[in-house]
Design a protein around this ligand. Structure first.
Ligand SMILES: Nc1nc2c(ncn2[C@@H]2O[C@H](COP(=O)(O)OP(=O)(O)OP(=O)(O)O)[C@@H](O)[C@H]2O)c(=O)[nH]1
Ligand SMILES: [Mg+2]
Length: 316
C-alpha cells in the first residue's frame, strides 16, 4: 500500500483501511509518517475526550452509555481503550469488548484497544497519532479510556480536548491522592456508582478540593456529576455537560489546542534529537559508559549532558 491511497480510503470511510492505518501508526512503521502527513490536513474537527479513573470504576460501562447517547444525538464515535498492562494478561479488555458489543454492529462506532509498549511517553504519542487518524476519518467524538491516575494516564489525557475523571464512592484518601496530577487536568468529575454508600461524601470532597482553586471569571469550572453507569442514570446529564464544554469559549479551546500542539512538537523534537545523539553522535555503548561515570561520581549529570551537547554542536 502507499500512504496516499490508504489515507484516501480512510477518509472515504473504509473501516478496514482505518484499522490498517491505525496499526501502521501505532507500530511506528515506515508508513506512519507519510500517513500522518496525508491525514493531518483533514483533522482538527473531532472533539477528543480523555476519560480516566481507577480500575473498576465503571469507565467502560460509562463509555458504553455515553456512546449510546451520542449515537442518538447523531454523532459518530471512535473509542480507544488503552490497556496499560500486557495485552495478554488483561481480562479488562475482554470485558470491554463484551460491554461494547451493543455497538459492535453500528457503523457509526469504531472501537479499538491500544496496549502500551513500555517506553516513557510512547503511549501518549501513539494515542495522539491514532486519535488524529480517527479524527481525519470523520469521527465527531474520539474517546480515549485509560485506567489509573498515574503520570502516563495524565499524559494521555493531556492529549485530549476535554478530560473526564471518574471516581467511585468510598475511595476515601484516594480522592485526596487525586489532587496531585489529576485535579488540574479534569474538566468534568464523575462520581460513578452513585447507588453506593458514600456518594455524597465523594461529591462533597471533590467540591471542597475545587473550592480551594481560583477560577477566572468566565472560565470553565469543572462540574461534579453523579452517574450510575449500569442503569444509565446521569449519562444524559454527562453528555449535556460535555456539549456545554464544547460550545464554550472558542478562544479557550484554541489556546489549549495550541499548548498541546506545542508540547507535542517539543516531545517529537527531543525524541528525534536523542535518537540522533545515541545513534550517530555517540559511539555504541558510549551513552551507557557516561551514565556509569555519573553513577561512579566522576561526572555530575549536568556535566554529562553538557559533554554530549558539546559533541552534537561540535564544540568539543
Ligand atoms: N453498582 C454499580 N456497579 C457499576 C456501576 N458502573 C459500573 N459498575 C460495575 O463495575 C464493574 C466494572 O465496570 P467497568 O465498566 O468494567 O469498569 P472500568 O473502570 O472500565 O474497569 P477497568 O477498565 O478494568 O479499569 C462492572 O461489574 C460494572 O457492571 C454503577 O454505577 N453501579
Ligand atoms: Mg474498562
Amino acid at each position: 500500500v502507499n500512504a496516499t491511497d490508504l489515507a484516501a480510503r480512510v477518509r472515504a470511510g473504509d473501516v478496514r483501511a482505518l484499522a490498517r492505518a491505525i496499526s501502521l501508526v501505532e507500530n511506528e512503521t515506515a508508513l506512519a509518517l507519510p500517513l500522518i502527513a496525508a491525514l493531518h490536513p483533514h483533522s482538527g474537527h473531532a472533539c477528543v475526550i480523555g476519560l480516566t479513573g481507577p480500575p473498576g470504576a465503571g469507565k467502560s460501562t460509562l463509555v458504553d452509555g455515553l456512546t449510546g447517547e451520542w449515537r442518538r444525538r447523531g454523532w459518530r464515535v471512535g473509542i480507544l481503550a488503552v490497556d496499560p498492562t500486557s495485552p495478554f494478561t488483561g481480562g479488562a479488555l475482554l470485558g470491554d469488548r463484551v460491554r461494547m458489543q451493543g455497538h459492535a454492529a453500528d457503523a457509526g462506532v469504531f472501537i479499538r484497544s491500544l496496549a502500551t509498549r513500555g517506553h516513557l511517553g510512547g503511549l501518549s504519542r501513539a494515542t495522539g497519532d491514532v486519535a488524529l487518524v480517527l479524527d481525519a476519518a470523520g469521527y465527531d467524538l474520539v474517546l480515549i479510556e485509560t485506567v489509573g491516575v498515574g503520570q502516563d494516564e495524565v499524559e494521555v489525557v493531556r492529549t485530549a480536548d476535554l478530560s473526564i475523571v471518574v471516581v467511585v464512592p468510598g475511595m476515601g484518601d484516594d480522592v485526596q491522592a487525586l489532587k496531585a496530577g489529576v485535579m488540574e487536568i479534569a474538566d468534568i468529575f464523575v462520581v460513578n456508582k452513585a447507588d453506593r454508600e458514600g456518594d455524597d461524601r465523594a461529591v462533597a470532597s471533590l467540591e471542597t478540593l475545587l473550592s480551594l482553586q481560583a477560577f477566572d471569571e468566565g472560565a470553565w469550572r469543572p462540574p461534579v456529576l453523579r452517574t450510575e453507569a449500569t442503569t444509565g442514570e446521569g449519562i444524559g446529564a454527562l453528555a449535556d455537560a460535555i456539549e456545554r464544554f464544547r460550545s464554550g469559549s472558542a478562544d479557550e479551546r484554541a489556546s489549549r489546542r495550541r499548548v498541546r500542539t506545542s508540547v507535542r512538537v517539543r516531545d517529537l523534537v527531543s525524541r528525534l534529537l536523542l535518537a540522533h545523539v545515541q545513534g550517530q553522535t555517540l559511539a555504541p555503548g558510549e551513552f551507557d559508559a557516561l551514565i556509569d561515570r555519573v553513577e561512579a561520581r566522576e561526572l555530575d549529570p549536568h556535566a554529562a549532558a553538557v559533554l554530549i551537547a558539546d559533541r552534537v554542536l561540535r564544540r568539543a
